[in-house]
Structure formats: C-alpha cells, structure tokens
Design a protein. Structure first.
Length: 472
C-alpha cells in the first residue's frame, strides 16, 4: 500500500492503487446473473429510468448503497442463533446495550428497525415545526424527516469542500463560523439542535476531524443547544482520524471512537452501515428527560424499547457487528478498496471527488457532463448510462436527491452533482471493481452526446426513490 504526501502537515491520505488483500476468506457464495446491453436498455426504460425500480437479478454489480448490503461474518451468523425473541427484556437487547456502551460510552440506548425509523422517533422529540436543524450535510432520509416534521434543514459547508478537486484530510467538517453567525441571526430558540454526520455521506463520504467535533461541542455549549451525531459510519470516521491526524496515529480505533463519541449528547444510527448488519438502527442519549419521550414514541411507532421493531437475532448480529467494525485491518482494507476503485476510474479520465472517502467513490458529474443543466440531472444521467453500459447500479447524489423546497416548490440545487458508487462491506472482489472501472471508462468517449433527464412523476418526500423520468 502506498500513501500520498501529507496534506495537513500531520499524516498522509490513503491513496492506494494496489488492491488491498481481504482480511478474510470466502466460504459461501451468491450467484449473479449477466445481461446484455440490449436487454439493459429495455430494462431501464421499463423502470422509468429509475435505478431503484430495477430488480436485483437485473444487476451485475450493485453499488446502489452500502446500507445493509454487506456480508456477515461467521461470528455474526453464530450470534444470530443466540437471538432471544422475548417481547420485553430479551437477552439480545442487553448484549447490544453492552456493546454500545463498551464502544461509545452511551448507556441510554433504543433500537429501531433501521436508520429512518430512528430518525422518525428522534425528530418527533427533538425538533419542533419551524425550528432549524443545523448540520454539515444532512443526507436524504434525514432531510426528508426534518421536512416531514415541519422543521427546516440547514447545512454549513466550507467553500473549499465544494471544490471536488480540492484535497484536504477532513472535507466533511462543518463551517463553525457560519453556523455561529446563523444561530446569532436566528436566535437560539429558533434552532432545535446540531446534527453532525460522520462520515459526511452527501459530500463524498468525507470524514470530520476531532478538532471540528470539539469545536461543534463548544458551539453547542455556547448557545445551549443539543449536539448529536448521525453516526452510521462512525468507525470509518474514527479510522480516518487515526490515519490522517498524527495526534491519533498511535491510538487504537476503539480509543478514538470513545473520544469522538464523548463530545456528543447522543447519536442516531443506521446499523446497516458500521453495524455490519442487514437491518437495524439505534438512538442514544445522555439525557434522561429526553429518553422518556423517545421511549414512548418508539413504543408507538417501532415496538417495545428492548426490541424496537427488530427480531432478537438482529440485535445480536448488530452487537457483534459493531465490535467487528472497529478492527483496524478491516477498516484499512475497506478504505483501501474504495481508493482502488477511485484510482482506476480516475486513470480513465473520469473526474472524481477527491480525496476518496470511506464507503464510496463519487463521480463529479457536473464536470463530466457540463452540457447538461443541473435541473436536467446530469448525475442521474451518468448513473443510467453506467447501468446500460455494464449492468452496474450506482445512485445520484445531487439535485434529484435534494428534492424540492416545500415552501417554494422549486428544486433545491445541490452543492455538488455526484454519482455515488457505494461498495457493500466484505462482498465484492478486485475483479468486480475492475469491471465497474472498465464500464465507467467506456462512458468517457460518448459523454458529450449524453442527454439530460425530465421528471414525469415525483412524490412529495424523498422523490428519488419513486420518481419516474425520461430522456429530455
């Protein structure tokens, strides 16, 4: 593995062009089916040019999401057999509670059926209609739940982050000064909380530095605001702190994770990412007064507080998965695999968001397809063409995903037009990623002839899941 020169005067960024050896062996396989280009042209048209509408068997390499799509370990399969399906007080819940406390320090823990279940419960208690929820890059379901609550999502993104080619070790950071000025202008009571997403999925899977986390804590204390994490990829964020900040290079991932989480009042989490589980979510807090209404709303919407809409076996799988996600060899392999794919695609002339993040690579579609207006969704066009070319499913992270402003009805213009290729955990090999890179490379020569997209149907919230489109 090779490393670039330090970008922050401390430690270099992982920029490997050599495929990292998997720290595991394969003992079970799942067959995948091939399709022809002619078949895929028809399949995507029948899906109304929405990659979410494609059937799984119509995909060759599926990089739509890393959420719940990875492979479980032998220890997780063993843990699954220990599941206690008691409605209340199941042993599985207390094993999960022990794991969360050990790794993050939080003792008040509620499970949910997945991340958006956790978000629904959390925002029902934490945010009032008309209040602002401050962040560094709320993702789609987060924005959707804030909108549905009648609250207002607002993000504070450093200007340098909006340059896809600008390389910095922690491009996921929140602009503290801009957030401070906003709170002063609007007033403390107009703001519900600060929610810091680690890593920052919307902006390329980029990590947040420990310094920025501390500064966010200080900002929250200054105005008496709650500070929570969207912690779906908290161990990947801890790894980048270990790898890119020399102050933490000698500390273990678990030590860094504990410090990282110590600055927050709690976190919400999709356990389908760094929980290495196929399903599940978490809500934690330090505040007993907040915990009570969270419990009541969870019972009403998800299930009793010791299962939260999950089977007991799922709770055991998450408890084990959280521990496995802190293994430094696994994390180095995971981020190295991402860097490998990004490097291969960049070599073929595809503009990429730099540096490569923790769970996915992101194509800079605005640069790739400058002739397509952002309201004709250039990133989605690229995703459709990638599927037609190689049977690879990726997803747009741009103006289509951003949706419409509920007040004006106009498109929210995303700060970046990206195509995300999210790599499921412990699932694909080098040959699979080579196929992805080779398929993407074939799009370079015909990029100038690609056409934008027009919406023919959209829903009010999270439109990209059910939208129907056609070529412009």
């Amino acid at each position: 593995m090779s490393y670039s020169k330090p970008l922050d005067g401390k430690a270099g960024l992982l920029m490997s062009v050599d495929y990292p050896m998997e720290p595991f062996r394969i003992k079970m396989i799942e067959p995948i089916q091939s399709t022809t280009r002619e078949q895929r042209v028809k399949l995507i048209a029948n899906a109304y040019y929405n990659v979410f509408n494609l059937k799984a068997e119509e995909i060759l390499v599926d990089l739509l999401t890393d959420s719940g799509t990875g492979a479980m370990s032998q220890e997780q399969w063993s843990a699954l057999m220990l599941g206690d399906e008691s409605y209340a007080g199941a042993r599985s819940y207390y094993r999960l509670l022990e794991s969360v406390k050990e790794l993050t320090g939080f003792e008040l823990v509620l499970p949910a059926h997945q991340g958006r279940g956790a978000e629904k419960v959390f925002f029902a208690v934490m945010a009032q209609p008309g209040q602002y929820v401050l962040g560094n890059g709320h993702f789609d379901t987060t924005t959707g739940h804030i909108d549905a609550r009648g609250s207002i999502p607002v993000n504070f993104i450093p200007k340098t982050t909006l340059d896809p080619t600008f390389e910095a070790p922690f491009k996921g950071n929140m602009d503290i000064d801009a957030a401070d000025a906003f709170i002063k202008e609007k007033g403390k009571d107009a703001c519900a909380l600060i929610l810091l997403t680690i890593t920052n999925n919307t902006l390329g899977g980029q990590p947040v530095s420990m310094d920025n986390i501390r500064q966010t804590r200080e900002l929250a204390d200054k105005y008496g605001l709650p500070f929570y994490f969207d912690a779906a990829r908290m161990t990947e964020n801890a790894f980048f702190i270990h790898d890119r900040d020399s102050e933490y290079s000698s500390k273990s991932i678990r030590e860094i994770l504990l410090e990282q989480m110590s600055y927050a009042d709690g976190f919400i989490m999709s356990a389908k990412k760094d929980g290495l589980s196929n399903i599940g979510g978490l809500i934690t807090t330090r505040d007993e007064e907040i915990f009570q209404p969270l419990k009541e709303y969870l019972i009403l919407n998800e299930g009793y507080i010791t299962y939260g809409g999950l089977a007991g076996r799922d709770l055991d799988v998450i408890a084990q998965g959280l521990r496995e996600a802190t293994d430094v060899d696994y994390l180095r392999y995971r981020t190295g695999q991402v860097a490998y794919l990004g490097s291969k695609m960049e070599e073929s002339g595809i503009p990429m968001l730099k540096p490569f993040g923790g769970h996915a690579v992101y194509v800079d579609a605005k640069t790739m397809l400058p002739h397509i207006d952002v309201e004709e969704f250039p990133a989605h066009t690229f995703a459709v063409e990638l599927y037609i070319e190689g049977g690879v499913r990726a997803v747009e992270i741009g103006t289509l995903l951003a949706g419409r402003d509920p007040k004006t009805g106009k498109n929210r213009i995303a700060p970046l037009e990206l195509v995300r290729l999210a790599i499921p955990r412990r699932m694909y090999t080098q040959t699979h990623l080579d196929h992805v890179a080779n398929s993407a490379a074939k799009l370079v020569d015909r990029a100038s002839s690609m056409k934008g997209m027009q919406i023919t149907y959209e829903s009010e919230h999270l439109r990209h899941f059910t939208v129907r489109l056609r070529y412009k």
